[in-house]
Design a protein around this ligand. Structure first.
Ligand code: NI
Ligand code: MN
Length: 227
């Protein structure tokens, strides 16, 4: 599984020959100006919630590629009205896709579309393939619900992708506690430094994780990791 950071909370995930884009907000992010969305391959677009900084480029990428939206029922319904196909889910449910199993899990946040229409309840995703399991938290506070992922749902996570920018989501200290709840010490941080409210001290953040024998990976925009 290859994971590419496209800035903010936008990710590319390649599983074998399937391409997934998560929460594309690229054309609106000056820091991601080197990423050309017209070059991104997508079979699926996973959307955690309806906020602008997670959906901005969904419509254009879906229309160009024919990618299917995976999200909550309300978000999938919204895009179906625009002629874009999707697979609706809701919290706690799972489905076997051709790339692996996906579960839509709880997030504590809000989820209105930029026009004010209802975007369902926000969520995160757990993706499990034959070889790896990852958790994409979406925008969320630290929540005890994260304990369900290893305990009740029995995922042995290889990587947890957590927001660390604070103000709108968890910050670094809460992400370390989330790592304990998730029983996963391998964290990829996202949702930080894009704009003023969420700027962090990256060196200090990594040092805090190191001190607890955890790993915080922070990718440059366009950079990939293999897990
Ligand atoms: Ni949000
Ligand atoms: Mn956000």
């Amino acid at each position: 599984m290859q994971i590419t950071f496209y800035g903010h909370a936008s990710l590319g995930i390649q599983i074998d020959n399937i391409n997934i884009i998560v929460d594309p907000f690229i054309t609106g992010n000056p820091k991601a100006s080197e990423i050309d969305i017209n070059t991104l391959a997508a079979d699926y677009i996973m959307v955690t919630h309806a906020h602008q900084d997670h959906i901005l480029d969904v419509e254009s990428i879906a229309k160009r590629t024919g990618a299917k939206i995976i999200s909550n029922f309300e978000i999938v319904s919204y895009y179906e009205k625009l002629g874009i196909a999707g697979h609706p889910m809701n919290h706690g449910g799972q489905w076997n896709f051709d790339f692996g199993n996906v579960r839509y899990v709880n997030a504590i946040h809000t989820s209105s579309f930029p026009d004010g229409s209802y975007g369902g309840q926000p969520g995160g995703f757990v993706i499990k393939t034959k070889r790896k399991a990852i958790y994409i938290a979406g925008d969320t506070a630290l929540t005890y619900d994260m304990k369900l992922i290893p305990k009740a749902y029995k995922y042995d996570l290889d990587l947890a992708i957590l927001p660390i920018g604070d103000n709108f989501t968890m910050g670094v200290n809460d992400a370390m506690i989330a790592s304990d709840f998730l029983k996963c010490d391998n964290i990829l941080g996202y949702h930080y430094d894009t704009f003023g409210y969420i700027e962090i001290d990256s060196v200090n953040a990594k040092a805090k994780f190191d001190a607890e024998l955890k790993s915080l990976t922070l990718l440059k925009i366009g950079q990939s990791i293999e897990i």
